[in-house]
Write a protein that binds this ligand. Sequence first.
Ligand SMILES: [Zn+2]
Length: 185
Amino acid sequence: MGVPIRRTWILVWIAGVVNPCPQPNEEAVKAFYLDRVSIVATYNNEVRSPSVTMEIPSVVCLRSYHKHSLKSIPAFTRFNVFLRDNFRCQYCGKRQKATDLTFDHVVPKKDGGKCNWSNIVSACIKCNGRKGSRMIKNIPDMALLKTPTVPTMHELQFESRKFPPKYLHESWRDYLYWDTPMEQE
Ligand SMILES: [Zn+2]
């Protein structure tokens, strides 16, 4: 489509998800023409009007945010957790590709640790394996880089700007997997 992918793309709207058989999504097309979204991926079929023919957007990112969306709580998704943590293992601090990162329960499940913003951190495979289902205080030479908290949209947007153009796009090939909200406890 020749549409530049903005570097600040946190919120992604997957058009047509509700209906598994993609229909021309008027809202996505309209939003594109109003310059509110960039198109990341399209379906193979086209939508036609007397003057315009375009492929139907399947994934779009918002170009800007209204004030209230910046203040709202971001969806608890894999992508947003990694973004909050700057794609760094929260134990050794190394930056990893999304596919090489895992999620660690800071307080292990067996000790009542929940799956939510305050207890889930990004961890590399090595650190996750080393920590296992122990409390961090019981492991010598291992500490959290920072206490996990619920980020604001503004913070996620700030984090996303640290990445080179297209980095996040390429590390995030399976949009549905990465942007599906995880079940919080
Ligand atoms: Zn690590």
